[in-house]
Ligand binder design. Structure first.
Ligand code: SF4
Ligand code: NI
Ligand code: NI
Length: 709
């Protein structure tokens, strides 16, 4: 059989299976039965992206199945094979969506199945920063459990997001290997059709970030090929169905590496035979052109971004440092050159082996840096990275920041030889690595004596934090000479530009004006460029001639004019990785805000993924704005439309997080006390009529403001 025959035969088999499954479902439920995946605005995502048609019920699914047939041409040409691969993928999506009928929960721990839109949005930043350098799709069973687990581990250690389909999931389970989205190893499902759930992620990325028009299959495939760094590892034996799925992967630009040697045909750079499973990793990275940043740190446990989300339970912990109970803190201090000895790591106090198993202690670590170009403004920028640095150590969990930190060390990490000084090694190596442009020398002092920690926290750290906060609170858009651009997200959203100002951080929530400034100093030709703001056009909406010019240049002409403070007039664009989305609520003259973590309804009749799909891809959409959480309490939030007074609804959790600052701003701007008490949430209502009644009762200021439209 030729490769073409195998693809066509696999495609035919899946097509027939799908037909039966749809017909059975129609018999059982009737053709009006709704079909959809949970928590996505793009149902069914793959079919919608390829054809531009949404499918809502079984009748639509049956029609879609007919449309798929038109892709299944049978000439022995590459294009026919690719399109049959795509057809196979679409059939897989149909089979999978049938599993979700009637709100069923077809996948249970440790399996994931369909992944919500919110997960894709969360992946945006780590993918553009290279923190997640690629996405591996592993299908089938490795020759041995050991080889399978070793392959998964090798990708995980590189920060690559690993998705698993079929027997490899059992192999990981058999070896007791920890899986889960928090450690970047995601078992999708046991059936081959579950592979569609990762394909769906790649395809929705194109819709969410890339502004690809649904139905433009060529643009879609070009986007995934150029911008989604995914690849497939498929273990022998490959049946025709897997081969057909592989053709679909290749059509999207994802190379397939396999150890199948019989009855397979190599396609350069696309279908690669690698009989040695231990070389899958290297072969795949080379085929997809993925470069891994190597960080060699001298510690006895692994160090990789995949471990950032690792959770250490009480029963697994050796010791804990808990800043909520005892005095703890972490601090960066800029020093003079002669005060710092490079790579000096000092432990002052007892080491981990002097503590009882399961006990709680104080810890304080101070990282002292010196460099000709170092500025005190960079201290908080480095310090905020500690959370991620320390979390990347396997077997170490870090939460919080400043003097509210908590660290847990696992028994496994302790048994592997991990001691306090290794925390210092990690901080040293990472600070030097990432900030080498401004840090010439770096030393770390770790204190574990209670008395030292108390003294340092109260006499050194807290005064330093207070001093910084004071500086931050006096820093306004007017008080700084320049703003900064951030174009990191252009890797996925080619025309998106964030304009970062002191009072408006990047919409991902991860880039403040100080961060952008530091990024610029560290890499003057990098993603953050200086934007001058000397030629004001309109103070009300915050528009400047020079900001417009910069945005035009940085978006390659896609964007001509942008305002900093308006949601209605020339609003800033969104990429897709925003923390929150704000949309106008016409009945109350206000706006509703919802955040990624909140899965429920809003009074706009849309959930976060649905609202989020209204904007993105670097396009201006008046009435909708993606933004960071921190921006909500800013005096510049929708200033042109009246500011935070317009906020009428937020999820309760989000409201609790921002309440203190929002109340403070409302008091200052409008003289309103406890403004958050007048903002509704889901525990009050998600119905627009009830909302207006409730707001009226609370005398919400938005009701008497001018309509926004
Ligand atoms: Fe992306 Fe904007 Fe955040 Fe930069 S600031 S990473 S462009 S969302
Ligand atoms: Ni104290
Ligand atoms: Ni983004």
């Amino acid at each position: 059989m030729t490769l073409f025959d195998r693809v066509f035969s696999g495609n035919d088999a899946v097509y027939a299976l799908t037909e039966n499954a749809i017909d059975d479902a129609i018999k059982k439920y009737g053709e009006d039965k709704a079909v959809k995946f949970p928590d996505t605005a793009y149902s069914l995502p793959c079919y919608y992206a390829v054809t531009g048609t949404k499918v809502a019920d079984l009748k639509g699914l049956k029609e879609a199945h007919g449309v798929v047939k038109t892709l299944m041409t049978r000439e022995p040409r590459l294009n026919d094979a690719f399109m049959s691969g795509v057809a196979t993928a679409l059939c897989a999506e149909f089979i999978e969506v049938l599993k979700y009928i009637d709100g069923a929960v077809p996948y249970e721990e440790p399996l994931y199945g369909h992944l919500p839109d919110a997960v894709i949005r969360e992946l945006g930043v780590p993918l553009v920063t290279g923190d997640i350098p690629g996405v591996a799709v592993i299908i089938g069973g490795a020759p041995t459990t050991e080889e399978g687990v070793a392959l998964v581990k090798s990708y995980q250690a590189q920060g690559i997001l690993v998705t698993l389909v079929g027997e490899i999931i059992d192999q990981c389970a058999e070896a007791g290997y920890k899986t889960g989205a928090n450690v970047r190893v995601i078992p999708l499902g046991k059936d081959i059709t579950s592979v569609i759930h990762v394909v769906s992620v790649a395809i929705r990325a194109a819709l969410i970030f890339g502004n690809i028009k649904p139905g433009d299959a060529n643009a879609l495939m070009e986007y995934t090929m150029k911008r989604v760094p995914a690849f497939v590892n498929a273990f022998a034996p490959l049946d025709d169905v897997i081969v057909a799925c592989g053709a679909g992967a290749i059509a999207l630009g994802f190379p397939v590496v396999t150890n199948e040697t019989e009855n397979i045909f190599k396609v350069p750079k696309s279908l690669i035979v690698q009989p040695d499973v231990s070389k899958f990793n290297a072969t795949s990275l080379e085929a997809r052109d993925i470069k891994i940043k190597i960080t060699n740190i001298d510690i006895p446990v692994a160090f990789a971004s995949a471990f950032e989300g690792e959770i250490i339970r009480r029963k697994d912990m050796q010791v804990e440092f808990d800043g909520s109970r005892v005095d703890c803190c972490e601090l960066v201090k800029a020093k003079d050159m002669n005060e710092v000895e490079d790579h000096k790591i000092e432990l002052i106090g007892p080491d981990l082996d002097e503590f009882e198993v399961g006990s709680k202690h104080s810890i304080a670590y101070i990282v002292e840096v010196a460099g000709k170009n170092m500025q005190p403004d960079f201290e908080p920028v480095f310090e905020r990275k500690f959370h991620s640095y320390i979390n990347c150590m396997e077997g170490v969990m870090h939460t919080g920041q400043r003097d509210m930190i908590r660290l847990r060390i696992s028994k496994d990490a302790f048994d592997a030889g991990l001691r306090a000084k290794h925390i210092g090694e990690v901080l040293y190596a990472q600070v030097k690595n990432e900030f080498e442009a401004v840090v010439d020398k770096c030393q770390v002092k770790i204190y574990t004596n209670e008395a030292d920690c108390t003294r340092i926290r109260h006499e050194v750290a807290i005064p330093a934090f207070d001093h910084r906060d004071e500086r931050l609170s006096t820093m306004t858009d007017e008080s700084v000479p320049v703003y900064y651009s951030c174009i990191l997200c252009q890797a996925f959203s080619p025309s998106h530009v964030c304009v970062v100002t002191p009072e408006r951080l990047g919409l991902c929530g991860a880039v403040s004006w100080l961060d952008a400034k530091a990024t610029h100093e560290l890499d003057p030709n990098g993603p953050c460029q200086v934007i001058t703001k000397e030629k004001m056009i309109d103070e009300r909406i915050g528009e400047y001639e020079d900001v417009d010019e910069s945005v035009k240049r940085l978006s390659q002409g896609a964007l001509e004019e942008v305002s900093l403070y308006s949601i209605m007039e020339k609003p800033m664009t969104s990429c897709g990785c925003f923390e929150c989305i704000c949309g106008i609520e016409p009945f109350s003259n206000g706006v509703c805000i919802t955040n990624r973590e909140y899965a429920g309804q809003t009074p706009l009749g849309m959930t976060f993924p649905e609202l989020a799909s209204m904007t993105g891809g670097g396009v201006q959409t008046p009435g909708f704005m993606g933004h960071g959480k921190h921006f909500i309490a800013s005096k510049k939030f929708m200033k042109a439309e009246g500011g935070i007074e317009r906020i009428v609804w937020m999820p309760k959790d989000l409201k609790d997080q921002v309440a203190d600052r929002v109340n403070e701003t409302a008091k200052e701007l409008y003289g309103i006390d406890n403004f958050c008490d007048r903002i509704a949430d889901e525990t009050i209502t998600t119905d627009p009529e009830e909302l207006v009644a409730w707001l009226t009762e609370k005398n919400h200021p938005a009701l008497s403001m001018e309509p926004m439209i």
